[in-house]
Design a protein around this ligand. Structure first.
Ligand code: ZN
Ligand code: ZN
Length: 458
């Protein structure tokens, strides 16, 4: 139920009991009521369950991603969002083929692996080479030029879990830069230990971009147990020879797109609040924690704000396409909407576990707003961080342009057990933690969308 706003009450008193309340700029609704309601939310689960069941894997630029757009448009309309539409663009698409690796000698056996995005392709019959071992990416970087001619590089850079996910930035370099470095030194292929923190035979895929002037080579991630197996064989001192089949292809100009839905605000001049996630996923799992839950959280939270009445600012849910392969959706959004007034942007793309910290990047003089948000989040066990918020890939162009941003940091301790693996499936989602995310997002969006302060750019 909506509480009587202090301003409205004052207007009544001044004007006499017969005066009608005049419209006033909306004030933030009662955070306690929104929080309590959002902690019982069912929309987020239904969204996540529906998208992962009825669409499943949705790689960027594929017919599956197109089905995800149709699904999301229908669902957002059914949930009561306004101005729901898909915004298409085209992009090049890398398509996985066969992923096979076999130790030829000295201990013949198969290894479990998955090609990395944009991997070069082997011929159908595969390639053969001796493995050269590098314990870390720095060791690969230190290898002399041309020292890998005809060889297959193997970088084993074991990743440890961190609550804030910061280890992904450090260890992820083996995936992001390793293939280009190996190719420059003459390697015919590269294997990395999965950028992951589990010990299951689940390879973690992910995108990597070839550096300028580098000819792509086959590049893949071994599951962590398979990487350790290969390292043990190498430690025995005999040359290890490998047969690798990694077929894939590149397609030009494939259709992709973003999906947008809005809770329309009462004050168009106050700017739009973007609540972002990404609709695409990697191909191996059903993209439950990456990032169906993020889209469910953003949509559900926006609805909780709307339940208490139209907010001052429009809340625009942006379900971006093609995040996993380089952020084509984010760039397309900025191209189409970058000149509109954006008050603030947020993104949910770090799984479904609980929010534990809030970080801000607000214009000077907005400590009061940050304080109100921190107060609304405190009962959910969310502390105020000292770091500056940075957003994520789907809002990166907005943040770069100077749009204020708030990060609701999720607990990433187990995120990289599942990230980009076949194991990213619905059963990993914890309902109570998912609802806590919705509550954190709902009170934050409510405060931002209804803040009387001036916010944003353009
Ligand atoms: Zn993601
Ligand atoms: Zn991802």
């Amino acid at each position: 139920m909506q509480k009587i706003r202090p301003v409205t009450l004052a207007t009544l008193l001044i004007g006499g009991i017969f005066a009608l309340p005049i419209p006033v700029a909306a004030a933030p609704k009662d955070s306690a009521a929104i929080r309590a309601d959002a902690l019982k939310d069912t929309v987020v689960w239904d969204f996540t369950e529906g998208l992962t069941t009825e669409v499943g894997p949705r790689p960027a630029g594929t017919p599956q991603e197109a089905r995800a757009r149709d699904w999301a448009v229908a669902r957002l309309k059914a949930l009561g969002f306004s101005n729901v539409r898909a915004e298409p663009y085209t992009m090049p698409v890398w398509v996985r083929g066969r992923d096979e690796a076999t130790i030829v000698s000295p201990f013949p056996q198969k290894l479990v692996l998955a090609a990395l995005g944009n991997s070069g392709s082997t011929p159908d019959k595969g390639i053969d080479g001796e493995v050269v071992y590098f314990p870390t990416l720095a060791d690969l970087e230190a290898a002399p030029a041309d020292s890998l001619k005809g060889k297959i590089a193997f970088v084993s850079h074991g990743m440890a879990a961190t609550q804030d996910g910061s280890s992904y930035g450090y260890f992820g370099a083996a995936r992001r830069q390793g293939p280009s470095i190996a190719a420059r030194k003459g390697a015919i292929g590269i294997l990395i230990r999965s950028i992951g923190t589990d010990h299951h035979r689940m390879p973690h895929t992910g995108v990597q971009m070839w550096a300028d002037g580098v000819t792509p080579i086959p590049a893949a991630a071994l599951s962590v147990p398979d990487a350790e197996q290969l390292a043990r064989m190498i430690a025995r001192g005999q040359p290890v020879k490998l047969h690798l089949v990694l077929t894939s292809k590149m397609l030009k100009d494939q259709p992709s797109g973003n999906v947008i839905g809005e809770i329309v605000g009462t004050d168009p001049a106050a700017g739009v609040v973007v609540a972002a996630c990404h609709l695409d996923s990697w191909d191996q799992g059903t993209g439950a924690i990456d990032d169906a839950t993020g889209c469910g959280i953003a949509a559900a939270a926006a609805l909780h704000v709307a339940k208490a009445g139209a907010p001052r600012r429009t809340i625009r849910v942006l379900m971006a396409g093609a995040e996993e392969v380089g952020g084509d959706g984010a760039r397309a959004y900025y191209k189409a909407h970058g000149t509109e007034k954006h008050a603030l942007a947020m993104e949910s793309d770090f799984g479904a576990d609980r929010v534990w910290r809030v970080d801000f990047k607000l214009p000077q003089g907005h400590d009061a707003l940050a304080g109100r948000i921190a107060a609304a989040l405190a009962p959910l066990g969310v502390g105020k961080g000292a770091q500056e918020a940075g957003g994520g890939a789907d809002i990166a162009p907005l943040v770069k342009a100077g749009v204020p941003v708030i990060d609701l940091q999720q607990d990433g301790t187990r995120y990289f057990d599942l990230h980009h693996t076949p194991d990213d499936t619905l059963d990993k989602v914890d309902m109570a933690q998912l609802q806590q995310n919705v509550a954190a997002w709902a009170v934050t969006l409510d405060q931002v969308a209804n803040a009387s302060e001036t916010l944003g750019i353009n």
